[in-house]
Design a protein around this ligand. Structure first.
Ligand SMILES: *Cc1c(COP(=O)(O)O)cnc(C)c1O
Length: 397
């Protein structure tokens, strides 16, 4: 198993070879319900006919050009993303981590442009996750990810929703940027409060700090709005996107407000592969679905799923809390989430476990009402026989 691979991941024994919608199929014909979507990525699910058709067509034309040559799709994706986010310009990347690197470099450069180049440090949140490159890892809080790779960039940590601590950090540290996920993903599906998001916006403006929102997981419509922070009416200076943006192809974007759109000059940042015709065509397929009402499905299925999870929470004492919005939900359990995640997997439901005790539920945006009911059914059956999982009420007939 895993021959020739570095040991960074634990993989399933099953080999997955096919899929349709929110269903995945193994080589020996077993079907799984996919409530993880390749870690919050596969927005259009698996085997999406229109995506396949568009990609086949594009592969027969131009796959790669580099950023030295113009291609219509690259600009189309950029302008659509700017319109959906209120930003002024995009830099494309191949991953979320790279989008974060772009945001961090942009923050440093913006301070040079303003004549405050000494403002080099960052403020970030405990529990935050922004990637694993040396820069992005510097803002990722988990000791497990950081420890063997020190020294990293200077970061000051603030607890989520602690407005006073943020105010003090911005005043005392004079960082170039404050970086936060509006809903922490890896940290256990923890939404920041509206009051904190709004206060952070005001404090950043008052102290000349760039507000960077990492919406790599929460963005692109996963919560039912294109950006999670739009719910709080907050516009950041810089926002990063990735995971679902090209329906499974590797793509990320760093977007900046019109005022910061010209921060980088020619040659100051770059990528050989990013923003190419193939991924941009996939992104256009995704964005067209968004324009055609896909996020209504996210909101409707998300509400059904949340209601079902809350009903289970009332039934099973083992379930502590349901968190999140849209199709970015967390189910916090007593004890280890991993054992329950494994039991669900054996019953044919794919989710994962973050922050030790939270089941992360981030299904494809094309989830159907039947998928929701099937998933809740598997959860209920699994909980009913799960060791130590006491029902608080007798199971319904
Ligand atoms: C996944 C994730 C990243 C890193 O993205 P990669 O594509 O894995 O590089 C960064 N920030 C958040 C919030 C994420 O969920």
């Amino acid at each position: 198993m895993d021959e020739g691979l570095m040991k960074t991941y634990g993989r399933t024994e099953e080999v997955f070879v096919d899929g349709h919608g929110a269903r995945l199929v193994t080589g020996d014909g077993r079907e799984f319900l996919d409530f993880l979507a390749g870690i919050a990525v596969s927005a259009l699910g698996h085997g999406h006919a229109h995506l396949a058709e568009e990609l086949r067509d594009q592969v027969g034309k131009v796959v790669h050009l580099s950023n030295l040559f113009r291609h219509p799709f690259t600009e189309l994706v950029a302008t659509r993303l700017c319109k959906l986010t209120g930003m002024g310009a995009a830099f494309f990347t191949n991953s979320g981590t790279e989008a974060m690197e772009c945001a961090l470099k942009l923050a440093r450069k913006a301070m040079h442009v303003r004549g405050t180049p000494e403002r080099t440090s960052f403020v970030a949140l405990t529990g935050g996750f922004h990637g694993r490159s040396m820069g992005a890892l510097s803002l990722t809080h988990s000791e497990k990810y950081r420890k063997p790779f020190q020294p990293l960039q200077q970061t000051t940590w603030v607890a989520p929703d602690d407005i006073d601590a943020l105010a003090a950090a911005l005043r005392d540290e004079r960082p170039c940027a404050f970086v936060a996920e509006p809903i922490q993903g890896e940290g256990g599906i923890r939404p920041l409060s509206t009051a904190f998001l709004q206060a952070a916006r005001e404090l950043c403006t008052a102290t000349g700090t760039l507000l960077v929102h990492d919406e790599i997981q929460s963005g692109c419509g996963r919560t039912g709005r294109f950006l999670a922070a739009q719910e709080a009416g907050v516009t950041p200076d810089v926002v990063t996107l990735a995971k679902p943006i090209a329906a499974g192809l590797p793509m990320g974007a760093c977007l900046a407000t019109p005022a910061l759109a010209d921060t980088f000059q020619k040659g100051e940042h770059g990528s050989t592969f990013a923003g190419g015709p193939l991924v941009c065509r996939a992104a256009l397929v995704f964005l067209r679905e968004v324009e055609n009402g896909l996020l209504d499905n996210v909101a409707a299925r998300g509400a059904e799923l949340r209601a079902g999870l809350e009903a289970l929470q009332r039934e099973f004492a083992m379930l502590r809390e349901v968190r999140g919005r849209g199709l970015m939900l967390g189910l916090r359990v007593h004890h280890s989430g991993e054992a329950l995640q494994k039991a669900l997997y054996r019953s044919g439901l794919i989710v994962n476990c973050t922050a030790g005790d939270v089941l992360r539920i981030v299904p494809p945006f094309v989830l159907t009402a039947e998928d929701v009911q099937d998933g809740l059914g598997i959860l209920r059956q699994t909980l009913a026989v799960f060791p130590g999982c006491q029902s608080t009420t007798p199971p319904a007939a």
